[in-house]
Ligand binder design. Structure first.
Ligand SMILES: [Zn+2]
Length: 248
């Protein structure tokens, strides 16, 4: 079964525990018996971010599945050769690990992730394109941040008006809609809002031509990071790494 590997860890002496995403069965966790030794059945293909064809068998005793064999489909070597791209792919994979429930089919998420990895394989997207992809991925995972309508009052944030991003409310809010006890440190300028809105409605070829200055990119990064951390309620390692190393 076509699968994207999200995470792999040691499981006892010889086995490996693998979390992966399939189109039809959603996110699953499997045990690859003797994976640390068997080059024949697994061939070292169970690496995070790889697209593989897994032979699966159900286990009676728990919710895990057996992984009997793995065939490589796409190892995305172009991503692995570049730290910035590895960091971006790892972040999306961690978002999947955090927000996808086990055993719930999400074909749109699967297809989006494949498309993201394929385009990342060809080229490193700029910061703007990457963050627009991030917003769309979050939306597919069921957590779309809002940039058109203030989530606190439900009314539109007008063109030319600036806003304050609220991680708790999950979007760009009118200044007057956040009370004093709430975080008011994440402004979004009218230009930034206009570019995000446009980027989310036009096709990819047009997005590649959009430009946002470094202040705008910084505002957008801080808003999205605050949003994801607020959803998670904790630090996200791959996001911390992206930010610390300035790889986004
Ligand atoms: Zn409002």
């Amino acid at each position: 079964m076509e699968s994207i590997i999200l995470r792999k860890q040691d499981w006892g002496e010889a086995d490996e525990l693998v979390v992966f995403l399939t189109r039809d069965l959603g996110r699953l966790t499997g045990v690859a018996k003797n994976a640390k030794k068997s080059r024949v059945r697994f061939g070292g293909h169970l690496e995070p971010l790889a697209l593989v064809d897994l032979s699966l068998r159900s286990r009676k005793r728990d919710d895990l599945v057996w992984i009997d064999e793995a065939q490589a489909m796409n190892g995305f070597l172009g991503i692995r050769a570049d730290l910035s791209r590895v960091a971006k792919a790892s972040y999306f994979s961690e978002l999947g690990l955090i927000f996808l429930p086990e055993g719930h089919p999400e074909p749109a998420v699967f297809d989006f992730l494949i498309g993201f990895l394929e385009s990342l394989q060809k080229a490193d997207p700029g910061s703007l394109l990457f963050m627009l992809d991030e917003i769309q991925f979050l939306a597919l995972l069921g957590y779309a941040p809002r940039f058109d309508v203030c989530p606190a009052c439900g009314k539109p944030v007008d063109r030319g008006e600036d806003a304050l991003f609220s991680g708790i409310h999950g979007g760009a809010c009118h200044r007057g809609c956040l009370n004093d006890s709430e975080d008011r440190s994440l402004p979004l300028s009218p230009d930034t809002l206009a570019i995000i809105r446009k980027g989310l409605t036009v096709e990819r070829g047009v997005v590649a031509r959009l430009r946002l200055n470094s202040k705008g990119l910084q505002e957008m990064r801080q808003a999205l990071s605050a949003f994801v951390r607020s959803l998670r309620g904790a630090e996200i390692k791959s996001l911390f790494f992206l930010e610390e190393m300035r790889l986004w």
